[in-house]
Design a protein around this ligand. Structure first.
Ligand code: PEP
Length: 248
């Protein structure tokens, strides 16, 4: 099967109500590129309003709890995301793994919770700088894949995002060859475990993607799209990335 390009904005902890207009501008422009699946993952507080303002568009959460409900003060469950109009959730972002101590097992449980709630899931992996410099990036990422990808899933609803931690928000990006090598290794590991399903799974690259570098990064082998942080906050910066995906 041909994997559709997938460009997803991760707004992180940015955006008040007035940002809904920017999301509407992004989704309106994305309509010009029907070959690309476009999603925005705003803070929890904006999901309901954004989903209502952009009917039919994909709006997602940036995290969810692994339990469906319970005594977890401050947390948001996957069915709650679905209930307010989200159809996607990001799990295992490095800012959650590092900042909130999430293990591979935690990330796996969150992915399972998202899938069980009917959401699509983007599961993030990626190595820190010292691991990259010591030549261990592929082994590190494949261990994260082994530990955090659930055993059962519909490949249309589970995507992987490879996001080297040292590239996030820094302006640094791996070489196209390094991106292709690690994406190929991820697909190979998925194929070894899940067989033909791996061909249907999308593997996104994330880390300092912008309008200038998107075309070459998205053209690398086994790259099916991008997870974009800073450059997804405005239509002016995000739409050129969507356009670059559409050109491939
Ligand atoms: C991210 O945090 O998912 C990300 C890719 O951020 P940025 O594009 O800002 O590097």
């Amino acid at each position: 099967m041909t994997r559709r390009k997938y460009v997803v904005g991760n707004w992180k902890m940015n955006g008040l109500s007035e940002a809904i207009g920017e999301a509407q501008a992004i989704f309106a422009a994305a309509g010009e590129y029907p070959a690309v699946d476009v999603a925005i993952c705003p803070p929890f507080t904006l999901i309901g309003a954004m989903a209502a303002a952009a009917a039919g568009r994909t709006v997602g959460g940036q995290d969810c709890h692994s339990a469906a409900s319970g005594a977890f003060t401050g947390s948001v469950a996957a069915p709650m995301l679905a209930d307010i109009g989200a159809s996607l959730v990001i799990v295992g972002h490095s800012e959650r793994r590092e900042g909130f101590g999430e293990s591979d097992a935690d990330v796996c449980a969150k992915a399972e919770a998202g899938l069980a709630a009917g959401l699509s899931v983007i599961l993030c992996v990626g190595e820190p700088r010292d691991v990259r410099e010591s030549g261990g990036a592929i082994d590190f990422v494949l261990a994260q894949i082994a530990g955090s990808v659930p055993g059962e899933f519909d490949p249309a609803r589970l995507a992987i995002a490879y996001e080297p931690i040292w590239a996030i928000g820094t302006g640094l990006v791996p070489t196209v060859g390094d991106v292709a090598a690690i994406h190929g290794a991820i697909r190979g590991a998925l194929a070894a475990r899940f067989g033909g399903k791996a061909e249907d799974m999308r593997i996104l690259y994330g880390g300092s993607v912008n309008g200038e570098n998107a075309a070459e990064l998205l053209d690398a082998g086994d790259v099916d799209g991008a997870l974009v942080g800073g450059a997804s906050l405005t239509a002016a910066k995000f739409v050129p990335i969507i356009a670059a995906a559409a050109d491939l």
